[in-house]
Design a protein around this ligand. Structure first.
Ligand code: ATP
Length: 513
């Protein structure tokens, strides 16, 4: 069986071969950590965005959407803390000359210890079978306790060092843990430095007038600075949310793993404004709601887990990630943060404008607290495509590559084929295209054998193929072929639209939430 690394490589080349994702400016050898979406990718991405938007905005009476500019007044980023604190601690290995994020090195070291603990637990579970009590085992087994204590000690030390910005201590932790460079295998580390992740450019036509502005590193601030505009113009009552999707830019130091970590990416964020004191309740509500949303995609519930943050960002009083099992392991897919009143208060202070809400039930003005949900659209895309990608050995010995995408997300819903290119079959096929294309993304294909045409559609995840043969001209029926089972059935043309609609409708999917 192919290992995860090979599968991941296959997913990347499949994405290119079938028009999902291309490297940016490929003819110039590409631009690091920047990607373009091709003709299939753009449809899948659009469907994912639409599913998020409908479930957040359309399905919630108290959530509205906006679309704010990428450029914002530079003071925004002073107020939000990004100019001073949106840094990653960097460390270089002198032998391999490779650069790493110090926090990632430590996190990976800790997850290895975590994996050791899990191995002990699994072993004991097997040995003791039904009499096994995991909680008791974890609290009494000496090796587990020792490793758990190690994790906690390093975590506390690391958190303290980062909070106080003590970079020599950060380096010392890496030395003490005997962390080696995965490339050179050596412990020959440089000092740790802080590196700001924001891209800057200048606005103004004459250089003397130009001022430095930033490409937004998150979409959230566009929501905060418009909080009162939306609340007043929409007569919104707390609790309410504002959602937006859009590009964000980060000068990531270590940008690997395809579209997992990009320098230009898309976020889908929702800020939920609540009465102070109720934020924990809403934080738990959104944790649960968002996990349910991810599970609704049908990629497998065991592929998700929560990871609570130990080092909280400067603005948060509780935070967690929803992690997904990517081909390279469990990694963050979405962040859920209780951001307190940090952002609105900071914007009040820097702008001199009040950003408060009058709560008529309490007869009181206050700065609302905020719970944020923030998911990366590209990471979501990677999660979906990597679970959908399937290589299957068929009975005749050939291999079939399929994207088992949930039908409502598939870039193309129906492919229409005339059996041959003559005898009025193409005309009949176009009639069917005209029937279906208003509701569905359809594709017409008359090249190669039917078998090859089916395979091409399997590879892009098309749930339905419709073949028109000579008989169709007589009885108005066609062969409908299903992607997942490869089964074929004879169906009257008049019944097609409904059969397809039942499988691909957003409505059905949304009603399951
Ligand atoms: P990480 O720890 O992986 O750098 P983060 O904690 O900085 O991510 P957030 O600031 O919480 O990420 O951003 C919210 C979401 O935006 C993330 O959960 C992720 O899905 C997405 N995201 C963040 N950075 C990137 C990136 N460089 N490329 C693609 N998606 C990203």
């Amino acid at each position: 069986m192919a290992n995860q690394e090979d599968i991941f490589k296959n997913i990347i080349s499949h994405s290119k071969e079938y028009g999902f994702i291309f490297q940016s400016s490929e003819i110039y050898d590409g631009l690091s950590a920047v990607y373009d979406y091709g003709q299939m990718g753009v449809e899948l991405k659009k469907n994912l965005r639409e599913y998020w938007w409908k479930s957040m905005v359309q399905m919630h009476e108290n959530i509205v959407g906006i679309d704010t500019a990428i450029f914002m007044h530079p003071t925004t980023w002073k107020a939000s803390g990004h100019i001073d604190a949106f840094n990653d601690p960097l460390i270089d290995n002198k032998d391999s000359k490779k650069r790493y994020r110090a926090d990632v090195l430590v996190e990976e070291y800790l997850s290895k210890i975590e994996a050791k603990i899990q191995k002990e637990v699994d072993k004991a579970k097997e040995r003791f079978a039904e009499s096994f009590n995991e909680a008791t085992f974890r609290s009494t087994n000496s090796r587990v306790i020792e490793n758990q204590t190690k994790i906690e000690t390093i975590n506390t030390r690391f958190k303290n060092a980062l909070d106080k910005n003590e970079l020599t201590e950060v380096r010392q932790i890496i030395i003490d843990c005997e962390i080696v460079c995965p490339i050179s295998g050596s412990k020959n580390w440089t000092d740790v430095r802080q590196f700001n992740l924001m891209f800057s450019t200048s606005m103004g036509s004459v250089s003397e007038d130009a001022s430095t502005i930033y490409l937004r590193p998150e979409t959230a601030q566009g929501i905060f600075v418009n909080f009162l505009n939306v609340q007043k113009s929409g007569r919104m009552k707390i609790p309410f949310g504002i959602a937006q999707t859009g590009k964000a830019f980060r000068n990531e130091i270590v940008a690997r793993q395809f579209i997992f970590r990009m320098r230009e990416f898309e976020q889908m964020e929702m800020q939920f404004f609540v009465r102070p004191g109720t934020e924990k309740e809403w934080y738990n509500y959104w944790k649960e709601t968002r996990m349910k949303w991810h599970n609704s995609l049908g990629l497998g519930e065991t592929n998700y887990r929560f990871h609570n943050h130990i080092k909280l960002a400067h603005y948060a009083n509780a935070a967690c990630d929803i992690e997904f099992k990517f081909p390279f392991g469990f990694k963050e897919l979405e962040g859920i943060h209780s951001r307190t009143d940090f952002d609105l208060k900071a914007h009040e202070q820097y702008s001199g404008k009040k950003l408060q809400y009058f709560d008529s039930e309490l007869n009181q003005n206050y700065v609302p607290y905020v719970v944020e949900t923030s998911v990366g659209l590209d990471r979501l895309f990677l999660a979906v495509i990597s679970k959908a990608y399937t290589e299957e050995k068929l009975e005749d010995g050939t291999t079939r590559v399929t994207l088992n995408l949930p039908p409502f997300l598939a870039p193309i819903k129906v492919a229409v084929f005339p059996l041959i290119k003559k005898d009025n079959l193409p005309e009949k096929a176009h009639e069917i295209m005209n029937l279906l294309k208003y509701d569905n993304a359809c594709i017409y294909d008359e090249k190669d054998t039917i078998g090859k045409r089916y395979r091409r559609q399997d590879a892009i995840g098309t749930p339905f193929c419709v073949t028109i043969d000579h008989q169709s001209l007589e009885d108005n029926a066609v062969t409908l072929r299903y992607r997942d089972t490869m089964q074929q059935e004879r169906v009257n043309i008049n019944a097609l639209a409904q059969i397809i609609e039942d499988k691909v409708s957003f409505k059905k999917q949304l009603s399951l939430l």
